[in-house]
Design a protein around this ligand. Sequence first.
Ligand code: MN
Length: 723
Amino acid sequence: MLAIDELKLDTLLADLLELCKKNLHSYNEELITKAFKLSFEAHKNHFRASGEPYFLHPYNVTMIVAKEIPLDDISIISALLHDVVEDTEISLTFVEREFGKEVAEIVDGVTKISGVFRGHNITQAENYRKLLLSMVNDVRVILVKFADRLHNMRTLEFVSPHKQRRIATETLEIYAPFAHRFGLAKVKWELEDLAFKYLNKDAYNEIAKKLKETRKDREAYVKKISEPIIQRLNEHELAYEIGGRPKHFYSIYRKMIKQNKPLEDIYDLTAIRIILENNDQNDCYYVLGIINQLFKPIPDRFKDFISIPKKNNYQSIHNTVVGPEGKLVEIQIRTRAMHEIAEKGVAAHWKYKENLSTANRDLEDWVNWIRDIFESVSRDEASNEILASFKLNLYQDEIYVFTPKGDLKILPVDSTPVDFAYEIHSKVGSHCIGAKVNGKIVPLSSPLSSGDQLEILTSKNQNPNKSWLQFVKTHKAKSNIRKYIQKEEDRIVETGKEIWERKLKKYKLVFNQDDINKLTKKLKFENPSKFFVAIAEDQLDLESILNPAELKEEELNELKFDSFAKFARESIGEVVVEGEHKGFVYNYAKCCNPIPGDPIVGYITIGEGIKIHRKNCKNLVSLSENNENRLVPVEWPGEAGSYFLAGISIKGEDRPGILKDISNTIAAFQNTNIKSVNISTGDSNFNGHIAVYIQDVNNLNRLIERLKKNKGVFSVERFDAYN
Ligand code: MN
């Protein structure tokens, strides 16, 4: 293990401070030194895979920030401390106390986004980039993370091949495109080339070998084409820098693949860049003129990104000419400010104010947006204000969460485990009973955060709950829950209908839709469905609604005999044998066995004359439904006399002697005769049907009251169909 001696430590600090002094917008030497020392102490006993002291990692990350992405002392301090909270005993609270809230927030952010990738497969790179942005409130978190990643890539040779592959893939698919959008061209190229080296070693080595072989030739050629240009530029006394453009292995490789050409045929391997020091863009066009006088330009390849900058605010002139030996050479012309922005993006901006287009918060245009904010703050104003504008507000309306297997799911902000469960599968959603977020059980209604890993607990017995609608956010969850509730209600309505039909059958009633509508309205239900739900949920005493023994006569008329009543009022006679139907044969219907006192009506039959039914006879209701014209108003004859057959249904406790008591009661009541008795027993109860001869309804009711007084009798009711 290597240690860092004090002398070396002093040199490291001096190098860092020098670079910071040169490049930073704001510079607090004391605080940077303090962070440097804390980081060194905290990581003192840690070593990297390479055997180096761990401290060299945060130190080099900080050097990358100071060199490539120089912003302010806050980002430098954050870079120095970016691993202390995760890897050492030092707490975030301590960092905040010693270095302030901003540093603590950045360190926390870097730690969090580093955690996101652990154990996850990068299959949706674009979503991962959004995920990072959604977790980040301060742009400096991302910048420090870029530097961290760049240094890890530079030292990737020391980790296992498996880890190399994973980190290189992440870098190529997430960090490099991200860096591009931030305008960090240099960082992007290096990340790409390093990733390429680990992901496709053969191709990388091949390109490296060939470029090395041809290096001398290329350098000679660059010299050859540069000479006349240099001469002319000097004549015009322009301050400039000219040189061959650095080659990026990965971009060469991509060109080879895209154009399906060997390395030798990639034309712009030779490229020249002229950077004008005085930042006057007019000079760029002036230089363009000089070059086009020297060499023949290729019009199709001319691009003016100065007049029309790229989305990441890249500005430059790209001009391809026919150089010596007939070779095509791309020449880029730009100012120093344009060059710095091209290479350092956001980080370079505070140095150069630009005229920029209107901000757009879309990822594509977000660099513009940040610059726009910068622009609204005068450079002379306190750096605090500029730094305040580092606050991001991107993708804050979406969150990015993971399945236990590491698949990424995107949900609206404030989504809950139920939303997540439905996102996985409607069955998972419908049966979820709980959730573990990052290993801890949470209520189903708890809002999720970006980066959370979720495990949904399900149970077959669980079903969607109405109350879930109050907290779910996704359309998918809402519609599934609603669908279930609707289905459940339909099922309940069906159950209610079945119970209802059974009751109707039992009482031999027939209700058409119109009757049901009337009944539900009368019972004050919003609609028949609600009525059936109430039946299914046993909230209605159907017996009392339907049981004729307790049915009030007016209600019955109102409900089922409206049509008859109308008919009866308008039609002819009072008594059966009078009027138009006088002389007709009539007899008493056996389905309802009317007895004097019962409201009655006649029904003209074919071949059996007029049948006398009780007005509330269910049989009659159904018979007359389509044959209203066959109903005849009838009345009981004025004087009593004959006996009529009536049925009594009686229920009670099956105790010894009860039957004797019942028959005695009947016989004792005005010498009433029993026609038949039919008793069945079950458990400890009995159920009897007794047919008696009785004079009229009054007497029958009195008999029923008497029977009820027998010990052990639960209920006594008139029973209609008893023959
Ligand atoms: Mn690190």
